[in-house]
Design a protein around this ligand. Structure first.
Ligand SMILES: *Cc1c(COP(=O)(O)O)cnc(C)c1O
Length: 233
């Protein structure tokens, strides 16, 4: 199967899952998780018509960006972002999906201000409560949203989550549903600089379940590109 054929198949499966919730396929954004795929393969996935490319290592993103790999598609940063790398990503990524602390928020805001831009971000939620994982605890979200309201050069566009690794495709159902609740609750409240447009959850193994629980952005890697040489999340 070619990359284009795989993208078409994922789109078909997205449409089926969306229809179960009474939604159309066009309401679900497909982000290709492009890590460990070279510029030629990234160009192929852009040509296949994904809605964005998501990269999770700064160095890798910058190299491929330099090669023009993402031309024609929005670029998202989906990995853990260290404060000292913020300067490389703000203004380069159209959406930073993985913001999970107030210091990081402020760094991004400051850098965006220096560039004279407004940076779109998502807040990453540690919905599984896993010690080793990035993401803000659900209980701490309100505080982070309040901090974001004071940052004039960024906009929080929604939430992102990477739930625990599960053996079953519906093993994270409860976490996905909880994310949906948070997304809806926050959307009802009024924070400055915050709109709940995107709920980014679901990967190759579970994107259909995530969509059924309300995701409108999925991040798919291995089902498009094939298995990576070694596991990296
Ligand atoms: C790699 C990655 C994905 C995609 O994972 P697959 O299982 O290969 O589909 C999604 N989100 C993030 C943050 C990733 O790093």
């Amino acid at each position: 199967m070619t990359i284009a054929e795989n993208v078409a198949e994922i789109r078909r499966r997205i449409a089926v899952a969306a229809a179960r919730g009474g939604r159309g396929a066009e309401e679900i954004a497909l982000v290709a998780a492009t890590k460990m795929n070279d510029a030629a393969r990234v160009r192929a996935v852009v040509a296949a018509g994904v809605d964005a490319c998501g990269e999770n290592r700064v160095q890798e993103l910058l190299e491929k960006h330099e090669q023009g790999a993402y031309a024609g598609a929005p670029l998202h940063f989906i990995g853990h972002l260290q404060s000292n790398k913020v300067k490389y990503i703000v203004g380069v990524a159209d959406l930073i999906q993985s913001v999970d602390s107030e210091p990081l928020l402020r760094r991004i805001d400051k850098r965006a201000e220096a560039l004279g831009i407004t940076q779109d971000i998502l807040l990453e939620v540690n919905i599984g409560g896993e010690m080793a994982k990035s993401g803000v605890a659900p209980e701490a979200l309100d505080e982070l949203l309040t901090a974001a309201a004071g940052c004039g050069h960024l906009r929080v566009r929604g939430l992102m989550a990477i739930p625990p690794i599960s053996e079953k495709s519906d093993g994270n159902h409860a976490y996905f549903c909880r994310m949906r609740e948070l997304f809806v609750d926050i959307g009802r409240k009024k924070y400055d600089n915050v709109t709940m447009d995107f709920l980014s959850m679901g990967m190759s193994g579970d994107f259909e379940d995530a969509i059924e629980c309300g995701a409108n952005m999925v991040r798919v890697g291995s089902s498009i590109f094939g298995a990576r040489p070694y596991a990296q999340r």
